[in-house]
Design a protein around this ligand. Structure first.
Ligand code: FES
Length: 134
């Protein structure tokens, strides 16, 4: 947990930082996660978020808060064999959009908006659009 240095922003947008605290560079992230692998970044409120890529290898427009909505354990990395995220604590399962597939988690993972700026840095902000998973 110490690897996640909170980057508190004034508003509800924050630069995503990797496990070493370095700003995430979109193109580097994409090439390092080119087979659907996911990893955590520090996002809003310094909380861990899952960054994902789509079928073309580009970052998706959403990140997922990594805390299971059951009791807050960190969900595991993407399990490509099972095609889902699995929470190690009590077995809740989520699809790649964070939609809950199996409880006891009562809700889908929380979304954050992903944006890439002109310098290729990644930011996360509060998801204000409707939840596309319902
Ligand atoms: Fe994830 Fe209980 S905390 S299933």
């Amino acid at each position: 947990a110490a690897a996640f240095v909170a980057t508190k922003a004034q508003g509800a947008t924050v630069q995503a930082t990797d496990r070493k605290g370095a700003p995430v560079v979109a193109s580097q992230w994409e090439s390092a996660h080119n087979n659907g692998r996911t990893d955590l970044v520090a996002g809003l409120d310094g909380e861990p978020y899952i960054l994902l890529t789509d079928d073309t290898g580009k970052l998706t427009e959403y990140a997922l808060r990594a805390e299971c909505t059951h009791l807050g354990c960190l969900v595991g990395p993407w399990d490509s064999a099972r095609n889902r995220f699995v929470c190690p604590c009590h077995g809740s399962e989520y699809d790649r959009t964070g939609k809950v597939l199996r409880g006891p988690a009562p809700q889908s993972l929380k979304l954050a908006k992903v944006e890439v700026d002109d310098n290729d840095f990644v930011s996360l902000s509060t998801w204000i659009e409707p939840d596309f998973r319902v």
